[in-house]
Design a protein. Structure first.
Lengths: 412, 412
């Protein structure tokens, strides 16, 4: 069977179509058009052979590969193929079996563009960037966050005390690490209680609004219980490892809490980094905005992770643009994280602007004089960047920053 | 900082450790030991720099890369790093940030071996192969399944009628396609009602036990409602797109229904097919067995999907072995699917044996005389394979099989 019935360069996508852009390479012996058509078939109504059960209505619901050039194909999907408000169903269609097809040697889902009516079936962020800024009463600078380190193994008391030092030193936000949930050495409830108590103390001491992002990642019922526990304990945020938790539970949690959701993307690179099969971080980010997380890890550019500046900027644009296909939804606050330290802040702000949370773990707790000094150094670096004072000059009069620069240097 | 503190070739894994095997390639300028240690660090207690907050207890909780040879590293993780019964937390640790680290040019998680105490914190399959065989009262042959085709676009009535023909023709199982959930043209409840009604009729007609696998994939609350709807309507199975739904919701659904769970793996190849970043299907399969699905797609070998025979056999072994690390849990029934037809059945049974569901979509509904004849041809092919009658000889006296062979040939 030829898949060419699923290719039509004359087709002009309807305003209600969902558009997917893939990079692809056909397997040996497969024509470009058959490969492109095969993707459209398998991700919509078709299969490997013509079936006797196909009706005229079904033929009209085919996805159409309307743009095929070199290794890029754009496919238009009639909206009725998709269940409104169901991310899992969307992915099972356009990012499902297609990756396994033997007619392809490579397939990367680079972008999905959504029509208005589909976007409307999702909630989007409850708070977004503006809502978060109101909560913190900080309008003119990035937020500074830290991840408690070591990642795992501290007791609840130790965890809370280190959080306290980070807040007092100048962090706005303290979060759990992605693999810390509810282990014996640091039970969830005890950690939340102790950390929130010291958060309130830090707020009194500094006069600043602080946030603790408790990682509620768990099987659904337990996760919801943890969310409710944070709410009752007076917590102001939750954190979820959105990809290891999965879309179905994430969508549901979004409906059941008013707390801002911090989305950690652990495991994304198992899908986003490959050059042969997978999808872009931009696609994952758009799904997160549809569902309605308020903060999303988008890459640190200058740190220990591999993503290029361009990739990160594309992801950031997707979740913050007011003019793209998701522009009617609130903006998700990007989080830059992974191997950051005071010496990268100036450059990072130049690249990403003010609407970002800059998170440092090792770059704070690895400061020669410990966590509080490390947090101070980060705030000092941020202050210098915002006021456009050269970092080294500012360090002359700011001891913590000077020590941080001595240890880690400045990113040019 | 050197990651070498996380490497110790003298370390002998404890019986309580979780063991992960990775294939990896260091980035340019990074030593093999630093890369191996870096994986162990980032997936346990470490980060890119030594932190002032590390305690002796934490140091003792480090993961240890104890086997490093060529591009293979085996890492032992102390069990206390992990929350019992929480797959999301496990993945956020051993399959989280590591894939994004810039010290690596490639990272594939090939296997996870679980200690008894960890396995005990999961439910495993409720029914397993033996339970399913009892339900069907079929003990001596593979089960034959079909996916209603076209994938999407039929009305609920059309869907049910095609299912009926498949059952009457000889299919044991009829399932929804992975991207069919609850769309306007075929609403979930109507489909379940109509299809189950005709399933009962087919059971009366054939005297055989039949199953309908309704795809309940949705945001969690809605998914649970659909499961309960199937239960009340007298359905005997549910189907979930486990990867697009995600681990958190899947674990929870397993707790809330007694129906066997058919696990479709749409999207797996976005993680499992890449040669540079991702994880093996074997790992995903083991997680599915831990959680407790009863049937899992493991690859068709001879069809339209790309996996090699070896990959499929490894996956099948992981979910059916009574002697591996998951041997105390019930066996998951493997599902061979994707581009199959009568002419592959003999060879498939030779490779996979009797404990398998053989599913054909296009290979049934694409039969020149339609669905019922297609299902008959599949059962005839299966009968020939089990009775070791040469397929072509059997086809001489079985018209449907003859026509199928004429159209699609026989896989040698």
């Amino acid at each position: 069977m030829s898949y060419k019935e699923y290719v039509s360069r004359d087709y002009k996508p309807a305003r209600t179509d969902i558009i997917c852009e893939f990079n692809f390479k056909p397997a040996k012996g497969v024509s470009v058009l058959d490969a492109a058509g095969g993707i459209a078939a398998e991700s919509s109504v078709g299969t490997w052979d013509k079936v006797m059960t196909e009706t005229k209505k079904v033929s009209n619901m085919r996805a159409i590969a309307y743009y095929v050039r070199k290794n890029i194909v754009r496919i238009a999907y009639p909206l009725e193929l998709f269940e409104p408000g169901n991310i899992s169903q969307l992915l099972s269609s356009v990012a499902g079996n297609v990756f396994g097809m033997d007619i392809l040697n490579s397939l990367l889902l680079k972008d999905i563009i959504f029509p208005k009516n589909y976007v409307k079936s999702f909630k989007g962020p409850r708070h977004g960037i503006n809502g978060l800024r109101k909560k913190f009463k900080i309008y003119d600078r990035p937020l500074i966050g830290t991840i408690i380190k070591p990642k795992i193994g501290l007791s609840s008391s130790q965890h809370a005390k280190i959080a306290f030092k980070a807040w007092v030193g100048g962090c706005d936000i303290v979060k759990d690490d992605e693999n810390l949930t509810n282990q014996d050495f640091n039970p969830f409830k005890l950690r939340v209680n102790k950390t929130l108590a010291l958060m309130r103390k830090a707020e009194q001491l500094t006069g600043e609004k602080k946030a603790y992002l408790a990682n509620v990642t768990a099987p659904y019922d337990e996760m919801l219980k943890r969310v409710k526990y944070v709410e009752k304990a007076g917590g102001t945020h939750i954190m979820i490892d959105v990809l290891t938790v999965g879309w179905s539970a994430l969508q549901e949690i979004r409906k059941h809490t008013k707390l801002p959701i911090h989305a950690h993307r652990a495991m994304h690179a198992a899908m986003t980094r490959s050059e042969d099969f997978g999808m872009s971080m931009k696609v994952i980010a758009k799904l997160c905005r549809l569902i309605g997380v308020d903060q999303l890890h988008t890459g640190g550019i200058l740190g220990k992770m591999s993503e290029s500046k361009n990739e990160v900027l594309e992801t950031v644009e997707a979740i913050t643009s007011k003019k793209n296909d998701l522009g009617m939804l609130k903006q998700v606050m990007p989080v830059a994280s992974g191997g950051l330290y005071p010496g990268v802040v100036e450059k990072l702000v130049k690249i990403l602007g003010k609407d970002v949370i800059i998170q440092a773990g090792g770059g704070i707790h690895g400061h020669p004089r410990g966590t509080e000094a490390g947090a101070k150094a980060m705030r000092q670096a941020l202050h210098a960047a915002i006021e456009r004072i050269p970092l080294k000059r500012y360090a002359e009069t700011h001891e913590e920053l000077k020590e941080a620069i001595k240890k880690w240097g400045v990113k040019k």
